[in-house]
Design a protein around this ligand. Structure first.
Ligand code: PLP
Length: 439
């Protein structure tokens, strides 16, 4: 990527960029299989340190494997954090990207975009939704859902000060509205004043939900929507309880409160069903998708049922949202999920992975507590007694050639591409076992 930027800029622009970042781009440009060693210091001098990064530069990918700038191969059970649905360099994606960039990659939403229409049609035919708005990320998709719910509450229910209820330990994004929706103070610290109109409940706790709604709606209706993840991903891979969600659906039906599900991490087949809500026996009024929808090409979507589609021209927009390039790739991901029967693969590989991880839990009871998850989003929970943190396991696995990602300090998350094979799951389990033995 940096190489591409460097090569495509006119010389004087490249020079001024170099000056700006004190030659650090030049050093990065030299990194790679035949270049000089990658320097994290040079990178950090130019890029804001919003991430605690591992000292690893990945430069190539194929299927479920990625290679670093030293030529070292890793089995990728991170997949860009549940994003590279079809792995790396999948032929269908390569063909779609190449064809669309040569045909038409971007036009304004002032015009009809056939690829956008085709992707929207696929999504409504394969979900409970009737309408789709396209954007570029999960946070933006959730912003769209929040705006839609607020407008619905104002215009259809006469709610003057709409409140959206979200769950503690949730994750909905990093914009101001979605970081407020995210029920984790660590993400909100120093960003106040937060957005008004949000309140929190405890996930999977029916009594807490009923009490909170009763309290907020005591004098007049205030609760516009309840927004939850079908399975809390960043919050530690905690699956939703079907009984809780079905009671929630009833409550929403009785009151007119909208049910929004954030499917950014679990949608698009990751749980072994196309949408996370299919694991819970209900349909949301609004749901959001991103991550896996583009297989690594940025795209997000806010989807809703007809009755709550209250957006009118001018209400909401996105310059890049739904452009031909992203939508062509999104449609390719959707069609490949079907053509390669990937939902069945997710179910089988998920079972295989959980079975293997459970054996490791039995083998290392002082270190590991339990395994939880659906399909190919699984968490290995560390025991309360151990001083080992999820990050330590991730580092140990990385040293053995397996990429994993924490979901909080005590959960190691496994979110491989949905094309992962039985042999690769076996390889991941064996590699993890080697790493655990060294901890
Ligand atoms: N919602 C959920 C459930 C997520 O897991 C994430 C990202 O991890 C987001 C929203 C934010 O998505 P993005 O980073 O694309 O804005």
């Amino acid at each position: 990527m940096l190489d591409l930027i460097h090569l495509s800029l006119p010389p004087q622009t490249a020079v001024s960029l170099k000056t700006l970042v004190q030659n650090s781009l030049k050093s990065l440009h030299l990194s790679g299989p035949s270049g000089e060693p990658f320097s994290p210091e040079q990178f950090d001098a130019a890029v804001m340190t919003t991430y605690g990064r591992f000292p690893l530069a990945l430069t190539r990918g194929q299927g479920c494997y990625v290679w670093d700038d030293q030529g070292q191969r890793y089995l990728d059970f991170v997949a860009g954090i549940a994003t590279c649905t079809l792995g790396h360099a999948h032929p269908a994606m390569v063909a779609a990207v190449s064809q669309q960039i040569q045909t038409l990659h971007h036009v304004s939403n002032l015009y009809y975009v056939p690829e956008q229409g085709a992707l929207a049609q696929w999504l409504v035919q394969h979900s409970c939704a009737d309408r789709v708005f396209f954007c570029n990320s999960g946070a933006e998709a959730n912003e769209g859902a929040i705006k839609l719910a607020r407008k619905y509450a104002h215009t259809r229910r006469g709610v003057a000060n709409p409140i959206i209820l979200t769950a503690r330990a949730s994750f909905h994004g990093r914009t101001l509205a979605t970081v407020t929706a995210t029920g984790q103070p660590k993400y909100q610290k120093n960003f106040d004043p937060l957005m008004p109109g949000f309140a929190y409940v405890t996930y999977n706790d029916i009594a807490d939900l009923e009490a909170r709604v009763a309290e907020l709606d005591r004098d007049q209706p205030q609760v516009a929507a309840i927004m939850l993840e079908a399975l809390q991903g960043e919050g530690g891979v905690c699956p939703g309880d079907p009984a809780y969600f079905q009671r929630l659906r009833q409550l929403c039906d009785q009151t007119g409160i909208l049910l929004i599900l954030d499917e950014v991490q679990v949608g698009m087949g990751r749980t072994g069903r196309l949408w996370g809500y299919e694991n819970l026996g209900l349909e949301p009024d609004i749901f959001t998708s991103a991550k896996g929808l583009g297989g690594g090409i940025p795209i997000g979507a806010t989807l809703c049922k007809q009755f709550c589609d209250v957006f009118e021209p001018g209400d909401h927009a996105s310059t890049f949202g739904g452009n031909p390039f992203a939508c062509k790739v999104g449609l390719t991901v959707c069609q490949t999920l079907e053509a390669e029967n990937l939902l069945a693969n997710v179910q089988q590989r998920g079972e295989q992975l959980r079975f293997g991880l459970q054996r490791l839990v039995q083998q290392y009871p002082a270190l590991l507590k339990e395994v939880r998850g659906w399909g190919l989003i699984n968490g290995l929970v560390l025991s309360a007694e151990t001083s080992v943190q999820a990050g330590d396991v991730v580092k140990a696995a990385m040293a053995q050639g397996l990429l994993l990602v924490p979901a909080g300090p005590q959960v190691v998350r496994f979110v491989p591409p949905l094309i992962v094979t039985a042999d690769q799951v076996q390889e991941a389990l064996m590699t993890l076992e080697k790493a655990l033995a060294l901890l």
